[in-house]
Design a protein around this ligand. Structure first.
Ligand code: ADP
Ligand code: ADP
Ligand code: MG
Length: 465
């Protein structure tokens, strides 16, 4: 600790809406900004917002946003003294965090050692157990021997989940219903994980049925850690969040206190620095919660927490990583009202969420009290086909959940991404659904609902055809 550092110029090692979000926070703090871009992103909104841009390579992420060497060269050439990794890409690479610090720059995140401990899913499970945080029943570490793993799976009871140690964004997860499937899926999952994440390690967990996804937002300065309450992200498609809210309307104040305290304890045990999230599954039926992973970075859904707590998490993480003390006590953090975020992707929900990159013409953005749109768009912007399809996030706040849902519906009526099909109609349908309104949901609810009625977005298809 005792980091006496300052940042004057911040390099943003990401793209899309999060790059714009980081630039905004940096400007608020009075910092200069450098945006690294691939050749496909020279006309991006982030490139336009930043003070300087550095082209680091061709469109393929492996040759640009994932190229640590190119990013470090850009930082040196532009005289940046810190790097913000955003989410995805290199944000949870311990190797990258080390390389940044070894070059004498500040990594806006925890140390490489902390990422090694907590960003690695199987290691984080062990760490959580040591800190007294309940984890999902499963393997003690990675699977080394298929016979031993099968014996364990049989003790836990099928179905079990096979999860990739280096997985993220809902990828690298398999469900085995039987011993036969288990024997077949483990080697498959392992070789796919090796190809996708550069880490073939897999581990197993009991499948918790009808659980909710509840996660705790943390902020640490290497000495102290505070929480900013929880978010619920149970509406998921392919195990990826699509709608997130804060607070969770499903947990009692007593459960909330236990959940937040356990997350703080875990982060304190590793002297956590920066913004981080501890994710749990919450079982309504028993009131039990189980640790699933820690994300050692800013998350996509951080704005719902900002809306109920009145904070700027991205500015805060930059501050503490620059060596400033947290300057926040737990008692000073309060929350009010209810916030909901929905992910607006360039995908057509009427056509099995097929990605539809294209040109944005006649952008219409909802505005007003309790409405925020974090995005990467402008009129005439050409959405490139090379990356994640997230265009922006619509976030609403209101005094309570029902009013937040109503506000979401009216904001969605205004939102128009200039003729591009987006996931917006999905959220209009969800916001008017009885189960969603009653908060009678779980992590598999949305997939079942999508299967039940395939004509849900038919109107939308006519409108956009
Ligand atoms: P997780 O699903 O890992 O718990 P988030 O919901 O915050 O966390 O989603 C982060 C995921 O978004 C990454 O793991 C990655 O799959 C995807 N992603 C990475 N980079 C970007 C980006 N620039 N824009 C949109 N999505 C991204
Ligand atoms: P990622 O790193 O891809 O974000 P997570 O471990 O956070 O992976 O899991 C993503 C989602 O998968 C969870 O939000 C949940 O819906 C589902 N999931 C993960 N583990 C389990 C489990 N043991 N039982 C049931 N669902 C799970
Ligand atoms: Mg996760």
């Amino acid at each position: 600790m005792g980091r006496t550092l300052t940042i004057r110029k911040l390099l943003v090692a990401n793209r899309g809406e999060i790059a714009c979000r980081v630039i905004r926070a940096a400007k608020k703090l009075g910092l200069g900004t450098v945006q690294v871009v691939s050749e496909a992103d020279t006309e991006s909104l982030a490139a336009r917002l930043a003070d300087e841009i550095k082209v680091i390579g061709p469109p393929q992420a492996s040759k640009s946003y994932l190229d640590a060497h190119a990013i470090l060269s850009a930082a040196r050439e532009s005289g940046a003294d810190a790097i913000h990794p955003g989410y995805g890409f290199l944000s949870e690479s311990a190797h990258f965090a080390d390389a940044v610090e070894q070059s004498g720059l500040i990594f806006v995140g925890p140390s490489g050692d902390t990422i090694r401990l907590m960003g690695n899913k199987a290691a984080a499970r062990k760490r959580a157990r040591h800190a007294g945080v309940p984890t999902v029943p499963g393997s003690d570490g990675l699977i080394v021997n298929i016979d031993d793993a099968l014996a364990l799976a049989e003790t836990i009871g099928f179905p079990v989940m096979i999860k990739a140690n280096g997985g993220g964004g809902g990828r690298g997860i398999r469900v085995a219903e039987s011993a036969g499937e288990f024997r077949k899926l483990v080697p498959q999952a392992s070789s796919e994980a090796a190809a996708a994440f550069g880490d073939g390690g897999v581990y197993i967990e009991k499948l918790i049925e009808k659980a909710r996804h509840v996660e705790v937002q943390l902020l640490g300065d290497g000495l102290d850690v505070v929480h900013l309450f929880e978010r619920e992200c149970s509406l998921q498609r392919r195990r990826q969040k699509v709608w997130e809210e804060a607070p969770s309307a499903a947990i009692s104040d007593a459960a909330r206190a236990r959940l937040c305290a356990s997350a703080v304890e875990l982060a304190r045990s590793v002297n956590y620095r920066g913004a981080g999230t501890v994710e749990y599954l919450y079982d309504d039926a028993t009131g039990e919660f189980y640790f699933i992973e820690m994300n050692t970075r800013i998350q996509v859904e951080h704005p719902v927490t900002e809306m109920i707590c009145g904070t700027d998490l991205v500015a805060d993480m930059i501050r503490v990583c620059a060596g400033e003390a947290l300057g926040l006590t737990q008692g000073a953090i309060s929350r009010t009202g209810h916030a909901i975020e929905v992910r607006i992707n360039a995908e057509d929900p009427a056509n099995d969420f097929m990605p539809v990159p294209g040109n944005v013409g006649g952008l219409r953005i909802p505005e007003g009290d309790g409405i925020r749109f974090d995005h990467m768009l402008y009129d005439g912007y050409e959405v490139p086909p090379f990356y994640d399809s997230l265009l922006g996030k619509l976030i609403v706040w209101a005094p309570d959940r029902a009013q937040a849902i109503a506000r979401l519906m009216s904001a969605l009526e205004v939102l128009d991404i200039g003729g591009l099909p987006t996931t917006a109609p999905l959220f209009t349908a969800l916001a008017s659904n009885d189960d969603v309104q009653a908060n009678a949901i779980h992590t598999r609810w949305m997939e079942t609902w999508l299967e039940q009625d395939t004509g849900k977005f038919a109107n939308h298809r006519e409108v956009t055809a």
